[in-house]
Design a protein around this ligand. Structure first.
Ligand SMILES: Nc1ncnc2c1ncn2[C@@H]1O[C@H](COP(=O)(O)OP(=O)(O)OP(=O)(O)O)[C@@H](O)[C@H]1O
Ligand SMILES: [Mg+2]
Length: 339
């Protein structure tokens, strides 16, 4: 198994004290290799507590946690935590607070050095990781990680995690506190890391619009439980639940609803700005086509055209205003011509 299997996991902080707090309440979850997961939920809903279990920074009190073939709840033999932490890379909220070495090269190379990799392999990994996060190796390697901007520090911290080449990468609020440009850079980077380094990626975020940009599966936490766990394409069905939990509905979903309420018949399931853009373009192309079809002269030319092309191949339409369109032309689709 390459994924993560969590069964009936519950966790209470400060048990048997006045500060006792149930942070996870009977959570079960399967994460498959290749998943690109966004975790959303109010502050205090249990998101960080869950991922701290995956890296064994918190031990399960009730239930079980299995990461790849490592059973973290097994008593004997003890789970191999060193291997676990090579396979699972964890980028904590404000990871820049964990920078410690006097040069960027040493800071990023810390993990690979601990793995006792040969020096040239360590150097190669540091160089590649820096380049991936957008820091030029020669320009930055000898600089102190403390003399960087907030966004650059975060990139160094992320480079330190990916230098371990983890199969599972977990990021807790990776864009918190960054300016729009810094956020944009991290979001693009996450997608790239998923494609090039870590096949399975889990990102915690408070921002649903950010999550819809990259994740293909959404897990929403509410009061220590999983409220829903869905493919991102089904998010539009859960608008009411998000509102009931006081969570934000994606901007594209809200805009699509507003346009539909004004009679703009957008088709398809709209979750992301990209979906919305496609639906609006399709709508206007179709409307443009319908307008021409509804004009008496154009219907004649289109009807005769369809008759002459029974196989549906090589269709082209001549409008009476001397314009024309083919199925390859992005103003018109083959389906629309043939209906
Ligand atoms: N070390 C701790 N000691 C005591 N209680 C804690 C501790 N860490 C978290 N909690 C409590 O457990 C609950 C869940 O916390 P957790 O950090 O998992 O939430 P979260 O969803 O990650 O929140 P946020 O979005 O603010 O990061 C909260 O009520 C929190 O106050
Ligand atoms: Mg948290």
């Amino acid at each position: 198994m390459q994924g993560i299997e969590i069964k009936n996991l519950s966790y209470t902080y400060s048990k048997k004290t006045p500060y006792e707090k149930l942070a996870l309440d009977d959570v079960s979850l399967s994460i498959n290799e290749g998943d690109f997961i966004g975790i959303l939920g109010h502050t205090g809903s249990g998101k960080s507590t869950l991922i701290l279990h995956i890296n064994a920074l918190i031990k399960a009190q009730t239930g079980s946690v299995k990461v790849m073939d490592i059973d973290l709840t097994q008593k004997r033999p003890k789970p191999d935590l060193k291997r676990l932490r090579t396979e699972v890379g964890m980028v904590f909220q404000y990871p820049e607070h964990q920078l410690f070495d006097d040069t960027i090269e040493k800071d990023i190379g810390f993990g690979p050095k601990n793995l006792k990799l040969p020096a040239d392999e360590i150097k190669q990994r540091v160089r590649e990781s820096m380049e991936l996060v957008g820091l030029d190796y020669n320009d930055f390697k000898d600089r102190s990680p403390f003399d960087l901007s907030g966004g650059q520090k975060r990139r160094v911290a992320i480079a330190g995690v990916i230098a371990m080449r983890p199969k599972i990468l977990i990021l807790d609020e990776p864009t918190a506190g960054l300016d729009p440009e810094g956020k944009e850079h991290i979001l693009t980077l996450i997608t790239r890391l998923k494609a090039e380094i870590s096949p399975t990626v889990i990102v915690i975020s408070h921002d649903i619009d950010e999550i819809t940009r990259f994740a293909t599966r959404l897990i929403v936490f509410n009061k220590a439980k999983i409220a829903f766990d869905i493919p991102m394409t089904e998010l539009f069905k859960h608008e009411k639940e998000l509102v009931a939990m006081g969570l934000e509905v994606p901007l594209a979903v809200r805009v699509a609803r507003s346009l539909r309420s004004k009679g703009i018949e957008l088709e398809g399931n709209i979750t992301t700005p990209h979906d919305l853009e496609n639906a609006v373009v399709d709508y206007y192309n179709k409307k443009h086509f319908d307008d021409k079809l509804n004009s008496p002269t154009n219907s004649v030319s289109i009807t005769s055209n369809i008759k002459n092309n029974a196989s549906g191949e090589n269709l082209s339409i001549a409008y009476s205003d001397n314009s024309s369109a083919t199925p390859n032309d992005n103003t018109i689709s083959e389906k629309e011509v043939l209906r």
